[in-house]
Design a protein around this ligand. Sequence first.
Ligand code: FAD
Length: 406
Amino acid sequence: MTTPSFDLGPDHLDLRAWVHDFAADVVRPAASEWDEKEEFPWPVLEEAAAIGLYSLDFFATQSFDETGLGIPVTMEELFWGDAGIGLAIVGTALAAAGVSSHGTPEQVGEWVPQMFGSPGDLKLGAFCSSEPDAGSDVGAMRTRATYDEATDEWVLNGTKTWATNGGIADIHVVTAVVDPDLRTRGQASFVVPPGTRGLSQGQKFHKHGIRASHTAEVVLDQCRVPGSCLLGGKEKLDARLARAREGARAGAGSNASMATFERTRPAVGAQAIGIARAAYEVALDYAKTREQFGKAIIENQAIAFALADMKVSIDASRLLVWRAAWMASQGKTFDSAEGSMSKLFAGETAVKVTTQAMQILGGNGFTREYPVERMSRDAKIYTIFEGTSEIQRLVIARAISGAPIR
Ligand SMILES: Cc1cc2nc3c(=O)[nH]c(=O)nc-3n(C[C@H](O)[C@H](O)[C@H](O)COP(=O)(O)OP(=O)(O)OC[C@H]3O[C@@H](n4cnc5c(N)ncnc54)[C@H](O)[C@@H]3O)c2cc1C
């Protein structure tokens, strides 16, 4: 009988130490500067590429880790350094995951390497799904993809919003409607190759947090891409649409994308844990050294108990994230939406813990002299993107009840 263990093995311990060193030596010292400038941190990305952290090889290796823990361990350490820079480094990997989950092996081999580039010649990827009127409600998507049989091209028209790396990416992965009658089952994903005419950046958003990460609208105006850019290929799409039209296996398409989200959400939860742990550590140190009424403030139960609760929530989040990541690696079904559970709990923990950390630092916590103010701003996105907290609860409630909860 094998012995259950919650210990990381030597490979994961080495990985954690390696990413931690980069986060401590390179990312964290740069965090405040790029947050203030609100610009994409290209020099930091170059340093990440130079050591192989921003590379296809690294993300591919970790994605195929049979324990599932490589990605969460990486995310937690990197985002412990800084979330804005962290997202600038891993945003491409999220777009690459879009190609890997829907593309043929040939498409993955062609497009994913072009998303990363190489040191000195970096490239970026962007995943563009959200629209002004289609955020949580993916079925309301309006961007249209129409097939031009004469040229074997797809023509994309519409406006995408909130796209991480949108407009500055070399490769954009765009979801679009091919059959409006079929709602989510009538959608498909396309690669837009570098330099394609008809794709342009709309407004760049000025954000509350994760300000080193670039977020913008992407406008598609008569944007023509070769037929080969349809992820999965036309034959597969036609067969899927035919099945959906016949009503056979109704709902199969949306279940498939739900399963994809369940597998990717733990990685996002791990990012939130990194932010929470960073703020907790700052607050713990501060509480041990800051004196009021003749003693360290940690000697007050109010402060010590707050820190105890912060630590419990962080560790509970990590257990949920690791469980869901392990389930994904083992191909298990997420009967209780365990992926959504991990993202929900970790995201809400990041908000609570960073807010509490500011409280423990008092006036200092409210200033930009200390990092918890930035961490608190960064944490908030984790209850919003990759499915809001309300949507996670909806998914979990449906999974545990089987009821058509709206
Ligand atoms: C910084 C940033 C980066 C992002 N990066 C990307 C990206 O790279 N690619 C991409 O495609 N998208 C990206 N997004 C978009 C993100 O995923 C959406 O913002 C998110 O899905 C919510 O959509 P929305 O903003 O339209 O909010 P809405 O869907 O309008 O929701 C507004 C409020 O209503 C609630 N609500 C909606 N429906 C329900 C319901 N049925 N029950 C209960 N409550 C409900 C929501 O929870 C929320 O509180 C990003 C967003 C941000 C802010």
